[in-house]
Design a protein around this ligand. Structure first.
Ligand code: NI
Length: 410
């Protein structure tokens, strides 16, 4: 998940009581997957710089006999497994990038790169997907279709999914469904979050400059005060979520930065604001920026000020297909039992898995990874983030189960 993680739901009280049912051939891959995760954790790389990670992934996929493409969207890697029988193609996606953050954990596999850390769990995603490739190669006689293993750069920013799509990752062969997962620190290990419909929000940015006319703080009548105007704009923006949008529809509009003026007795010429808009509904995401600008236009005009407005859409909402979510849910129930499924989990954080799911039916899901008994309690994007590695075979088993269900004989 990209920066500004925003877990929004309360923790389920306890891990699932039953031990996860990981098939023996997949449980046998645990050591390999954990070792790769720890190796990647110790050698984190920032977005579009995942050269060591990509080389390691490509080496493993080639050793498995897959058709491998490297350098897709700079550092992305794609492996193609052709099943023993013809059929559709399913895409599995993992992100490979780390964060610009100093690791504070004293573990043997702690980051060896100062100021860079796998603090979101993308090391686990990459290791799980490499393990899934190994597992599915061994099970290829069961597959009626193909599996495309996509290791993408730069999920945290600026996003590697869209450039990979632009370079053709959804074609040759054409992709019919897409699955991906995120380890999730708000869920205990043994729990899995799966739901149909919106899962993560859009993560958009606006930049606003309010242009007035500066002057002496003792003579405000001779100025157009952009500070007072900015204050009115900020308050008016609070009505976007509360008065323009159906209250059953989650929306967040936050102003995260405000700058203007330098002295106590001078009214400045200009105030600049930065903010973010988060929402799940694609129509709302299209409509709201225009409405927000209308509010800004009206208030600045009333004050005699002008404005400059720039709105940037980063990631669209991540929306799961109903059928594909049901398929993942079945695969997850086989591993963690129906009692281990959490179906209400959503977050207003953003994810560029959304670009795949805008184009192809699919499902992105959360694999619980906290474990208070082991002291693993810190959130994503914390220098103390870590995960219970029992989550790795769980995620792996669900991906393999979902692929086999999608590619079963019909
Ligand atoms: Ni993440």
């Amino acid at each position: 998940m990209a920066s500004a993680a925003m877990p929004t739901v309360p923790l389920p009280a306890a891990p699932a009581a039953t031990a996860p049912a990981v098939p023996p051939d997949l449980a046998a891959l645990r050591g390999e997957v954990v070792a790769l995760r720890r190796d990647l954790h110790a050698h984190p790389e920032l977005g579009f710089q995942e050269r060591r990670t990509a080389a390691e992934v490509a080496r493993r996929l080639q050793a498995l006999g897959l058709e491998v493409k490297t350098g897709v969207a700079k550092t992305g890697v794609v492996g193609l497994l052709r099943g023993d029988h013809p059929g559709p193609t399913v895409l599995l996606r993992a992100d490979m990038d780390a964060l610009p953050l100093q690791e504070d954990n004293a573990v043997p596999y702690a980051s060896t790169i100062p100021g860079v850390m796998h603090a979101c769990g993308h090391d686990a995603h990459t290791a799980i997907l490499a393990g899934a490739a190994h597992a599915l190669v061994a099970r290829r006689q069961r597959l009626h279709g193909n599996v495309k293993f996509v290791f993408q750069p730069a999920e945290e920013s600026p996003g590697g999914a869209l450039p990979m799509i632009q370079e053709g990752v959804l074609e040759d062969p054409h992709v019919d469904a897409a699955f991906g997962l995120h380890v999730w620190s708000d869920l205990p290990v043994g729990r899995v979050g799966v739901r149909a419909g919106p899962l993560l929000a859009c993560a958009d940015k606006f930049e606003l400059a309010i242009l007035g006319k500066g002057g002496h703080g003792a003579a405000p009548h001779q100025t157009v005060d952009p500070i007072v105007t900015a204050a009115q704009v900020i308050l008016a923006l609070q009505t976007v979520a509360s008065r323009l949008v159906d209250p059953l529809q989650p929306v967040v509009l936050s102003v995260g930065s405000i700058h203007g003026g330098q002295a106590f007795n001078i009214i400045p010429n200009k105030v600049t604001l930065l903010g973010t808009l988060r929402a799940f509904d694609r129509e709302l995401v299209r409509a709201l920026p225009g409405r927000i600008e209308e509010i800004v236009r009206g208030i600045t005009a009333a004050a005699g000020a002008t404005y400059e407005w720039k709105y940037t859409s980063y990631y669209p909402p991540t929306v799961n297909d109903r059928e594909m979510a049901a398929l993942v849910r079945r695969a997850a129930e086989a591993v963690v039992t129906p009692a281990g499924i959490v179906d209400h989990l959503q977050t207003l954080g953003g994810e560029d898995m959304s670009f795949f799911l805008e184009r192809v039916p699919g499902c992105f899901f959360f694999v619980g990874c906290n474990n208070p008994a082991k002291g693993i309690v810190h959130p994503h994007h914390s220098g103390l983030f870590d995960l219970d590695e029992d989550a790795l075979p769980i995620g792996l088993s669900i991906l393999v189960g979902a692929v086999e269900d999608f590619l079963k004989a019909r």
